[in-house]
Design a protein around this ligand. Structure first.
Ligand code: HEM
Length: 221
């Protein structure tokens, strides 16, 4: 119960749910990178995911939903608390410089939420106009759907902007995870900062390569 009522408890819950989402995003990028193997690659990956037993898919989606809701709820609470001028509680204190990313976590987080809603409406529920031809086919030609979408400038732009937002959110989020759990001090802090930036950069480059190579006509349907 103290986990829910104390500031450090809420930060720990944010760290755990954040870690869960980072792991999901890493696995999602590894799976999505099969797009570079052509239609056979991504479509086989989508077939594999959809062939999993329904209870497993449903349980995974329910856990993801709870994880996202907990992360957002406590993120909003912490932002309100911190704006009240109370000192931040971390397990171990270490000097951490305020950066654009660290000062705008709530905004990059809310923008990512908007992106996830759009992304689900597009590629999971297939109700956006760009994927109208693929509606109702599950999973169907996922490669064709993704390539069709990213031929559109606005869709590619939304994804590129969302991936910059993901980079900003993770570059601070990863190091904040270590600070919350007290796994940092002034000696290791520079290394943790670099590691956080590196994780965020690899994810950014990996994801953004998909819409950009398709839009540029390098990856064709
Ligand atoms: C270029 C970037 C991305 C591409 C091409 C992409 C592609 C896809 C596709 C095709 C699906 C539907 C899979 C299917 O039902 O067969 C999907 C689902 C999903 N994506 Fe992405 N994705 C990208 C980035 C992201 C990012 C950055 C996030 C999170 C921040 C994300 C979160 C999700 C989630 C939560 C689902 C639903 C998973 C489920 O069905 O349970 N995606 N994505």
């Amino acid at each position: 119960m103290q986990l829910l009522t104390s500031s450090i408890g809420r930060k720990i819950l944010m760290a755990i749910t954040g870690l869960f989402m980072v792991l999901f995003v890493i696995v999602h990028l590894l799976g999505n990178s099969s797009v570079f193997a052509g239609p056979g690659g991504l479509n086989a990956y989508a077939e594999h995911l959809h062939s999993m037993p329904l209870p497993i898919i449903a349980a995974f989606r329910a856990v993801m939903l709870v994880v996202i809701c907990v992360h957002i709820w406590f993120g909003i609470q912490l932002t309100i608390e911190n704006s009240g001028g109370r000192p931040q509680q971390y397990a171990v204190k270490a000097t951490q410089k305020a950066t654009f990313a660290s000062e705008n976590m709530i905004w990059t987080g809310l923008l990512l939420l908007a992106f996830i809603v759009y992304h689900l409406l597009q590629f999971t529920f297939r109700v956006t106009p760009d994927v109208a031809a693929f509606a109702g086919q599950v999973p169907g030609n996922v490669f064709g759907m993704v390539v069709t979408s990213f031929k559109n400038f606005f869709v590619t732009f939304i994804y590129a902007a969302a991936m910059v937002t993901l980079f900003l959110h993770l570059s601070h989020g990863v190091q904040s995870f270590f600070q919350t759990l007290g796994w940092n001090n002034d000696r290791v802090q520079p290394g943790i900062t670099k590691a956080g930036t590196l994780v965020a950069l690899v994810l950014f480059l990996g994801f953004v390569a998909i819409p950009l190579t398709i839009f540029a006509g390098i990856l064709k349907g």
